[in-house]
Structure formats: structure tokens, C-alpha cells
Design a protein. Structure first.
Length: 344
């Protein structure tokens, strides 16, 4: 059982409000220590790579953000002493260059992702407008028709919150942006709360998905503490930060903020690579952040920070083996008029 199973079941009852979806999404992936699945989908291509076909994605592993705690093991928010952005980080330098270059004209991000399935590659097309609308399609023609009809999906409060947190980081307040990003879909982990308040927050979150756990034969978990709690926090930070990147990568301010937040994660290893002749950076996060069964690797363009690929690499001999996945991305700025006319 995962968060998508939960929402599939909810389709047979009146549609939940966006806030309810966000709460259920957070509660379930928090409880199960699983990253939020992000399937991201990109006319005006921004020095994009000829990304190859890939497999579906999802994960968000994060790196170790040293969190302050109260005497009840409840994080009080990022530590002032240990959480400063490392100026020498190539991600911080790249963020500055991205922000200086600015955002190309347009009113939305068009994202195309390609995943590799056993029966062949599959493409997904999504338009995220700057006003929060979302249009999807499984082909260029389908996407154009959806936009032409104005058939947008309900605006997501979660999307608005993660992009706002990224903008906050881009404009200097990285520490507050971290807390906002981690708690974008709620605060079941109790960041900044007293031990008693944190227990209540966890209990409320679990009550929303208690029946689903029992239906799947699992017990409702206790609130995590210690290292497990820090790993969950890091999972949320990485998951929500990369989600902001995937839905608004063509927005320079959001992209710069994402890079600054990723630069604070001590357990994310930055490497260099080459993708189809273009320089790229690999951001590799520790398996512990993702339940210990997968290493998450995000590859971004070394010149503009745009996402190129995300992939999950199974950890050998993990207690709960995972399956490998890869997703390749294209993204660019568009206008809705152009998309409706099929000009992308």
C-alpha cells in the first residue's frame, strides 16, 4: 500500500479537497518512511539534453540536515549553528548564476518526462501555470486539447507551498525556507512543537490513514524518534524540494532556491558527469533517507541547473528490496495559447 493506493480508493467517494489530499499524502508517506512519488512531465527548450528513455520515478531521498531537538526528540527546526549554506558549494554558485540569468518569457512550465516500462517507453506531458493551474496529457495532441478546453486540475496547496519555500530560499532566508519546505504538506513529525504537541500531531495524521494500514495488515506506527526521526525529516526536505524543481524548473527563482536548499544537505554527494555531451552534476543521497533500500541520484545541467534525470538504484541485500527506476526530463517556458495551438 502507498499514498497513490489511498487516493485511488478515495475516487469512489466525493473528491477530497486539495487540503485533504495533502494531509493524507504526508501522513501516509511519513508513516511508511517512503518518499513522495513525483512523476514529472516540459517550447522553448532551455539548453536541454537529448535525454534518453527512462523508467518511472518517485522518490525523494534526502541528505542529512542536522536538526535541533527538544528534550523529547522533537525537532525544533534547523540548527542555527550547523545549518548554514556552504558558500563553496557548486550548487550555491550555480544558484547565483541561475538567478542572475532570470526566467525566460512565458506564463507556465511545460514538463515532459519519459519513463521506461517493460512494454516500452512512456511519455507524460504536464503544464504548471504560474497561477497554480495544472494541465496534463499523455500525448502532445491530448495536452493541447486539454489546455484549449481549459480543463485544468484543481490547484494544489502543496504545489503552492513548495514553490513558495523555494522562492524564500532563493531570496536569502534558507533556514526558514527549510522548515516551510519540510512542513509543506503538514507537520505530523512535530517540527517546532513540544513533545506532547508532537504526539498529538502524529496521532491526528495517523488517524486519517489508520484504516488503510489495518486493511494492508500493518500496524499503525508509533511516532519516530532519534535517528529515524531525522531520516524522515530529511526525506521530507529532499522530497518536497525536488518536487518543487520538477513542477517549476523553468522558473529561475524556484530553481535557484531548490539548489540552495539541496546545498545544505550534508549527506548529498555532489559529483560531475557528462550527459550526451553536456556537463552535468550528480546529486546522490544516502539510502537511509529512503528506508535503506534505494540510493537516489538526481542529475542536473551544470550550466543552468535544469533537471536531466532522476533514478533509484536498489541497495544490494536490502531488507526490503526495491526495483530500479529512471525518469528523464525536459522543461521549458510556454504560454497557454501556444500549448493550445500545439506549438511546443
Amino acid at each position: 500500500m502507498d499514498e497513490m493506493d489511498l487516493m485511488k480508493d478515495l475516487r469512489e467517494v466525493p473528491s477530497p479537497r486539495p487540503e485533504a489530499y495533502d494531509r493524507a499524502r504526508t501522513a501516509l508517506h511519513t508513516a511508511m518512511a517512503e518518499p513522495v512519488n513525483t512523476v514529472v512531465r516540459p517550447k522553448r527548450w532551455m539548453s536541454w539534453t537529448k535525454a534518453g528513455v527512462a523508467a518511472v520515478s518517485a522518490a525523494a531521498v534526502a541528505a542529512a540536515v542536522v536538526m535541533g531537538t527538544t528534550d523529547g526528540n522533537v525537532p525544533a527546526g534547523p540548527s542555527d549553528a550547523a545549518q548554514q549554506v556552504v558558500v563553496e558549494s557548486p550548487l550555491v554558485k550555480l544558484a547565483s548564476a541561475v538567478q542572475a540569468a532570470g526566467t525566460l518569457p512565458g506564463e507556465a512550465s511545460l514538463i515532459i518526462n519519459t519513463k521506461l516500462l517493460p512494454d516500452g517507453p512512456q511519455l507524460y506531458y504536464t503544464v504548471y501555470t504560474d497561477q497554480g493551474q495544472v494541465f496534463t496529457g499523455d500525448s502532445p495532441q491530448n495536452l493541447a486539447a486539454t489546455v484549449a478546453k481549459g480543463a485544468a486540475e484543481p490547484a494544489s496547496p502543496f504545489n503552492a507551498k513548495v514553490t513558495a519555500a523555494a522562492r524564500l530560499a532563493a531570496n536569502g532566508d534558507v533556514e526558514k525556507a527549510k522548515v516551510d519546505m519540510i512542513t509543506a504538506a503538514g507537520n505530523p513529525l512535530g517540527i517546532g512543537l513540544s513533545p506532547a504537541e508532537a504526539d498529538e500531531a502524529w496521532a491526528r495524521a495517523m488517524a486519517e490513514v489508520e484504516e488503510k494500514f489495518r486493511e494492508s495488515g500493518q500496524e499503525v506506527p508509533d511516532r519516530p524518534t532519534g535517528e529515524e526521526l531525522e531520516n524522515r525529516i530529511d526525506n521530507h526536505l529532499f522530497s518536497n524540494t525536488t518536487h518543487a524543481l520538477y513542477i517549476a524548473a523553468s522558473d529561475a527563482e524556484v530553481r535557484a532556491g531548490v539548489l540552495k536548499l539541496l546545498a545544505t544537505m550534508e549527506d548529498v554527494t555532489i559529483g560531475k558527469t557528462d550527459v550526451d555531451g553536456q556537463a552535468a552534476l550528480t546529486l546522490t543521497a544516502a539510502p537511509a533517507i529512503q528506508g535503506g533500500n534505494t540510493t537516489y541520484v538526481l542529475t542536473v545541467n551544470a550550466d543552468n541547473g535544469l533537471p536531466i534525470r532522476s533514478e533509484g538504484i536498489p541497495v544490494k541485500d536490502a531488507a526490503e528490496p526495491s526495483k530500479p527506476w529512471v525518469v528523464n526530463y525536459k522543461t521549458g517556458r510556454v504560454t497557454l495559447a501556444d500549448v493550445a495551438a500545439g506549438k511546443f
